[in-house]
Ligand binder design. Structure first.
Ligand code: ZN
Length: 146
């Protein structure tokens, strides 16, 4: 095994697989110390391959072929984040405000639902606050800045 590679190691205590540069010393899932001769399920060259192999190793055998196809077609599956485009954010917020430009979690939720947005209301508000679109008025009330 070259130093550049990664191993997919199975923890003998919890049977969960995870990636390591070598064998690793502790299982990141259950915290058990890994034995020197921990089972190495696969060895791969890159972190991207490692993600796939770890995901596969933790998947029931009958589902692996399907998962492998999906993963290999779409390496970015793992990087997908459910973000809302910054251009769409002000409109969403605007739709949720009352005539005074004030919105609440309650008023924002149906707007999110309508837009089939899977973000949590609170996450959206945090995002908007961090971008200076909203100012908190009290614990459940924000003023939209325009
Ligand atoms: Zn474990």
């Amino acid at each position: 095994m070259s130093g550049a590679g990664w191993n997919v190691v199975r923890c003998s205590a919890c049977s969960t697989c995870h990636g390591h540069r070598k064998v690793g010393r502790f299982c990141p899932h259950c915290g058990q110390k890994l034995p020197e001769d921990a089972e190495i399920v696969a060895s791969v060259a890159t972190a991207a391959e490692l993600r796939i192999e770890v995901a596969l190793a933790n998947t029931p055998e009958e589902l692996r072929d399907m998962l492998r196809n999906r993963l290999e077609q779409n390496h970015t599956l793992f990087h997908q984040e459910e973000t809302i485009s910054f251009t769409g954010l002000p409109k969403l917020l605007h739709d949720a405000t009352d005539e005074n430009g004030v919105l609440t979690v309650k008023s924002l939720q149906p707007v999110l639902d309508k837009n089939r947005n899977s973000l949590e209301v609170q996450d959206l508000i945090d995002m908007a606050e961090s971008q200076g679109l909203l100012v908190r008025l009290n614990s459940d009330c924000w003023q939209l800045l325009e």
